[in-house]
Design a protein around this ligand. Structure first.
Ligand SMILES: Cc1ncc(COP(=O)(O)O)c(C=O)c1O
Length: 353
């Protein structure tokens, strides 16, 4: 039976990326060695990292003022590394409390300075994006989570603020055409739209760093990573290579314009099906619905469990909602084909008959 992979991350990857990655494990670029066996300072790998960096810049359409880093520790490490590098203890950083990940980021920042919650949507279980944010002029930056993987909301327009803007784009990076220059720092774990788990993309304006007095441990200081070209210590060589293959695939398929077109087709089909079938209920404000992760419910829990069982029996993988939210979550990342969403919608309709 064909499997339809709706996992929230790690998640579906393009078939050709999987094939190329498998080949590189056996014999990388025909050199007679595996990608797992080559030194990270070898010309072979330096070429990989350089091409990956340049593809990130090309896809984002950003200039020389930005640096592209490939770091470790997942997006969760960025929750701590950002304030560690950008604020002193007396400084204030602003956070939009837009979901569980954003609130975790704010909690970490409070270890390093003052946190101002610019806006929150916690009052309604994070079922909307609160755009009534207020950022003090003294704030060193404003942090948002551009796509809330758990709750199923997404920022469709970004805040215009005078302070530097930071975006956790872990679950919607490279899924749409946006003006990346609105952001001063962007970060994303690779394991959804950009490759395999193990590497974290950080894109930042070079002039953002080196402005605070605090001493920063060597491995956590962005400045050191910028100077060392992401080769400060041994990087996750294989994960960076899979990211390169995925970036090449995105470019070859037509870039972010095409990713956005496909994403809208998939999301529109799914939401139209949810809205047309009365047993399914999506509590997310319509204008804030995520095109990456659709979160919805069947009110009767027994019926919902039955539906989840039917999904399993029909090869629909990873559609159970996040452990603290429950319900159903369908993730539609770049590599997920429209035919999978169609198959899922057909199953929803059949279940209702
Ligand atoms: C938006 C967002 N931020 C942060 C994280 C945490 O990422 P990691 O597990 O790479 O630390 C996730 C994980 O799903 C996420 O979706």
């Amino acid at each position: 039976m064909k499997k339809h992979n709706f996992n929230s991350g790690p998640s579906v990857l393009p078939q050709e990326v999987l094939e190329q990655a498998s080949q590189a494990i056996l014999n990388f670029n025909g050199i007679g060695l595996s990608i797992l066996e080559i030194g990270h300072r070898s010309t072979w790998f330096v070429e990989v990292i350089e091409e990956a960096k340049s593809l990130v810049k090309e896809l984002m359409n950003i200039g020389e003022e930005y640096e592209v880093l490939f770091l470790q520790g997942g997006a969760t490490t960025q929750f701590m590394q950002i304030p560690l590098n950008l604020i002193d203890h007396a400084d204030t950083a602003s956070y939009c409390d837009d979901g569980v990940w954003g609130s975790k980021a704010a909690k970490e920042a409070a270890l390093f300075g003052n946190v101002h919650i610019a806006a929150s949507s916690k009052d309604k279980n994070y079922s909307y994006i609160n755009k009534n944010f207020e950022v003090p002029v003294s704030s060193k930056y404003l942090h948002i989570t551009t796509n809330n993987t758990v709750e199923g909301t997404q920022w469709h327009n970004f805040p215009n603020v005078a302070t530097p803007l930071i975006g956790d784009m872990s679950s919607d990076i490279f899924s749409r055409e946006i003006d990346f220059t609105k952001f001063d720092l962007i970060y994303a774990g690779a394991q959804k739209n950009m490759g395999a788990a193990g590497v974290n993309l950080v894109v930042l304006k070079k002039d953002l760093v080196g402005k605070i007095k605090r001493k920063i441990p060597t491995i956590l200081d962005y400045k050191n990573h910028i100077e060392a070209n992401s080769l400060l210590n041994t990087p996750p060589v294989f994960a960076i290579y899979v990211a390169l293959l995925t970036l090449r695939w995105i470019k070859k398929e037509g870039g972010l314009k095409e990713m956005e077109k496909r994403s809208l087709e998939k999301a529109n089909l799914l939401y139209a099906t949810i809205d047309a079938l009365p047993i399914f209920n999506c509590p997310i404000a319509k204008e804030d619905r995520s095109n990456m992760n659709a979160v919805f419910f069947i009110e009767d829990e027994n019926l919902q469990n039955k539906f989840l069982d039917v999904c399993k029996e029909n090869g629909m993988i990873g559609v159970k909602g996040y452990r603290t939210v429950g319900g159903i979550r369908v993730s539609m990342y770049n590599a997920l084909e429209l035919s999978s969403v169609q198959a899922f919608c057909d199953l929803m309709k059949k279940f209702c008959n």
